[in-house]
Design a protein around this ligand. Structure first.
Ligand code: AMP
Ligand code: ZN
Length: 475
């Protein structure tokens, strides 16, 4: 099936043509592990996963690399100033930088697992690639792209790269005009950025390395260039990230890579729109109430419901988060799980109808392959569930396919529901239900009510039926 994606570089939806047939190499900017991931970060990670699953469903072999940023990401990204987010996080948590990196990475992976995000093929850390980052800076230095700001670090001279800003359609002069007034005025151009920052004089940083220029640490934009090229090859198919990254981070990645490997370094740039709060502001780790997966868990909403809510939107549109929106998604999710559990009650053992399976399979896959229209696939899927001409065995085989494509675990959750509903109650509970039935018959409602409560406390719900009662395990 022809795959199409919106390419930020050309600003249009394009046919996807891989460098190697049936193979895709893609790189995603991963989390900075100085805090828990917020729901916005996780939205971006779910979109990465949906992109990956779409390729897998189209028979591609996928090499997905996502980095872990554990050094060099400064609080003031535009000016290469402020504090290192990792050192700041370590001071806040009273732990070492290395300890918080491991702690928040583990927490991130727990969230990712709960959201049924497949692990990337490779998850390199910036601190594992310091040598390669120094080598890249040396290459740029040899080609005349760098200069030193004494006491500060080695900078990239953006005026030397003719195509600077092409990713967002801006020229260097355009960016200058629109640039913020405040900037490091020792820089030759406002868009210049740090390749290597010196450790401040008389300060011993927890993370610092020796280099040809002096002790310090690499600038944030360098890590993604070296890790992607090392693990995916000098030219690769797709680079992804949140929408905020195109203007500076990805623009600077291109500026560092193309002078060395030639154009185009990356063929398709895919950017995911932000999760915003009710007032339309970007969700961030430093603002207001911290909304991460723990806030969702605290409301007893299953993390997979958050994934379902994301699938209902499109990656090129911002989504405004609220718990009300999530709760209504929860109702929709449970509704589908209910229908899938009902399919499981059918004991007929017919074979899958291959012709119908193929038809629906393609109808479900087509919208996702066309620029990741996941919500449209879900609509087709709901039509399938309603279609009386398709038997339950074929339907269940298609639910399995939808689970692979969208990662929504419908089968798993429906199976749990089905098991609960078909579970046999213990003898003691059955006896209480029998006694309750007799109490009701003799109009002893006080005893009947007391027995109902006891049954309830044992984790079962008793329901009246025409021929007696039914016991259902509580969820
Ligand atoms: P960070 O942990 O800040 O390095 O960000 C990790 C990823 O999350 C990057 O791809 C960001 O672009 C993305 N991101 C940051 N904020 C949001 C947001 N509010 N909504 C969606 N993605 C975001
Ligand atoms: Zn990056």
């Amino acid at each position: 099936m022809q795959i199409r994606l919106f390419n930020t570089l050309t600003r249009k939806v394009e046919d996807f043509n891989p460098i190697i047939p049936n193979h895709v190499g893609f790189y995603s900017c991963g989390p900075t592990v100085y805090h828990y991931a917020h729901l916005g970060n996780l939205r971006t990670m779910v979109h990465n996963d949906l992109l990956k699953r779409m390729f897998l469903a189209n028979g591609f072999d996928v090499n997905h690399v996502m980095n872990i940023t554990d050094v060099g990401h400064l609080t003031d990204e535009d000016n290469d100033s402020g504090e290192d987010k990792m050192e700041k996080g370590a001071a806040r948590d009273h732990k070492s930088v290395w300890d918080i990196a491991q702690f928040y990475l583990d927490e991130f992976l727990r969230d990712a697992d709960d959201l049924n995000i497949m692990r990337p093929t490779n998850m390199p850390r910036a601190t594992e690639y310091i040598k390669e980052q120094i080598e890249l800076i040396q290459e740029l230095e040899k080609r005349g792209y760098t200069y030193e700001i004494p006491g500060d670090g080695i900078y990239y001279d953006t005026s030397k790269f003719a195509d600077y800003g092409a990713l967002t359609g801006g020229s260097l002069s355009g960016q200058k005009a629109g640039a913020r007034v405040e900037y490091n005025d020792a820089k030759r151009n406002p868009t210049d950025f740090a390749l290597w920052k010196y450790s401040p004089k008389d300060v011993k940083r927890q993370m610092e390395w020796d280099s040809p220029w002096g002790i310090g640490f690499p600038g944030w934009h360098t890590e993604c260039c070296v890790m992607s090229m090392k693990l995916l090859g000098e030219h690769f198919d797709i680079h992804t990230g949140g929408e905020d990254l195109s203007r500076v981070h990805h623009t600077n990645e291109i500026a560092q890579s193309e002078p060395i490997v030639g154009k185009p370094w990356v063929h398709y740039w895919v950017h995911f729109s932000f999760l915003v709060d009710k007032s339309g502001d970007k969700m961030s780790k430093s603002k207001g109430e911290f909304l991460g997966m723990n806030a969702v868990r605290a409301r007893n909403i299953e993390p997979i419901v958050y994934r379902y809510w994301i699938v209902l939107g499109h990656y090129q549109s911002q989504l405004a988060f609220s718990f009300e929106a999530l709760e209504s998604a929860e109702a929709g999710y449970k509704n589908i799980v209910r229908k899938v559990a009902d399919l499981m009650n059918d004991n007929t053992q017919t074979a899958t109808n291959q012709e119908q399976y193929d038809q629906w399979h393609n109808k479900i896959l087509a919208p996702v392959s066309d620029n990741l229209k996941t919500a449209e696939s879900l609509v087709v899927f709901q039509d399938l569930l309603k279609d009386k001409t398709v038997d339950n065995v074929t339907k269940l085989a298609l639910v399995k396919f939808v689970d692979e494509l969208l990662g929504l675990q419908f089968i798993e959750h429906a199976q749990k529901l089905h098991d609960l509903e078909t579970q046999e109650a213990p003898e003691s509970v059955k006896q209480m239900a029998q006694q309750r039935l007799e109490a009701k018959k003799s109009r002893d409602f006080a005893t009947a009510d007391a027995l109902r409560n006891q049954i309830d406390e044992s984790g079962w719900t008793v329901m009246d039926t025409v021929d007696g009662f039914k016991l259902v395990k509580k969820q």
